[in-house]
Design a protein around this ligand. Structure first.
Ligand SMILES: O=C(O)CCC(=O)C(=O)O
Ligand SMILES: [Fe+2]
Length: 314
């Protein structure tokens, strides 16, 4: 599956003051986003608007959550397939993950927190909500830039209003052997946009156009951004969803978090007419995200390299 290289993901600075639509800095950052997504389908974003205390607190909160007994963690269930507790797989023995639906909404976060701590855990719920809320500003900024890149300004409000979030938190145990072990199999994300944050233990790899694996080593101030298959399809293939995986080595566990934006239930994803013409014929039939996700996790949906193509490719 290709070899490891010394390539590096593009790093884009979102810490500039006054990064507002229409400004010179906005347009500059937008052109960097365009270039990075065209070439890699992902990039490293510098963003320290979320205070360091919150970033440190969220990593502590994730650790506290995974330290709970398994019978408590498995109380985590979700309406959407694979958004609840995942773990204890023989072929992915290092991996566990837990999903928090609608993490910007304090009431919903508190309700989910009480499934883990029936007496409540205010520190946990506050940290989750505050981290997600601030990170979703970065997600919105990037999606706004993407819509502008493709001259889809008239869809921005509708697009933003029809999006939900999932915060998925992950633990990868340290391998008990001296060899590198698979933490998470190579995959593309299925949603719109994903933003990842992690502790100091590296392991994320991203596949380049030439099928080489790029080691990703983000700093404390950076987040990794991926385009998912749903956004790829809605943009009629203009941006790609990049393959990535996690490989584990060393003697420390890796904790990571992903903020996943996805279309609200019932929204049918159909590429805007501006992106379909003779040079760019329609690639996908209109689809419902929840149905697509069900397909992805069915026997049939796990096999193809591109799930979206198999599900609704023209
Ligand atoms: O843990 C990571 O850094 C990657 C997680 C990931 O790719 C996913 O959950 O889709
Ligand atoms: Fe992923």
């Amino acid at each position: 599956m290709g070899s490891q290289t010394a390539l590096k993901l593009p790093v884009i600075d979102f810490t500039k003051p006054d990064l507002k639509p229409g400004t010179v800095v906005w347009n500059l950052v937008k052109s960097q986003v365009e270039q990075a997504l065209q070439e890699y389908g992902c990039f490293e974003a510098l963003f320290h608007k979320i205070p360091l205390e919150i970033r440190e607190a969220i990593l502590g909160a994730v650790e506290e959550l995974f330290d709970l007994p398994l019978q408590i963690k498995t109380r985590n269930v979700s309406k959407l397939p694979y958004n609840g507790y995942i773990g204890q797989y023989p072929h992915l023995s290092l991996y566990e993950s837990i999903g928090i639906d609608d993490p910007n909404n304090m009431e919903k976060v508190e309700a989910q927190t009480s499934t883990f701590w029936p007496e409540g855990n205010t520190r946990f719920s506050k940290t989750v909500q505050s981290f997600s809320k601030q990170l979703s500003e970065l997600d919105e900024m990037i999606r706004r830039m993407i819509l502008e890149i493709f001259h889809l300004e008239k869809y921005i409000d509708e697009h933003m209003n029809s999006t939900n979030y999932l915060l998925r938190v992950m633990k990868y145990k340290e391998p008990k052997t001296s060899e590198t072990q698979l933490g998470l199999s190579a995959h593309t994300d299925k949603n719109l946009l994903t933003i990842l944050y992690q502790n100091e233990v590296h392991g994320l790899g991203v596949q380049s156009n030439k099928e080489e694996w790029i080691d990703v080593k983000p700093s404390k101030d950076s987040f990794i951004v991926f385009v998912g298959e749903c956004l790829h399809a809605w943009l009629n293939g203009r941006l790609k969803a990049t393959y990535h995986r996690v490989m584990m080595s060393g003697d420390k566990p890796r904790y990571s978090l992903g903020l996943f934006s996805f279309p609200k239930g019932g929204c049918i994803m159909k590429a805007p007419e501006e992106l379909v013409d003779e040079a760019h014929p329609s690639l996908y039939k209109p689809f419902d995200y929840a149905e697509f996700l069900k397909f992805c996790y069915s026997e049939e949906g796990r096999i193809p390299k591109s799930a979206i193509k198999a599900y609704c490719g023209v």
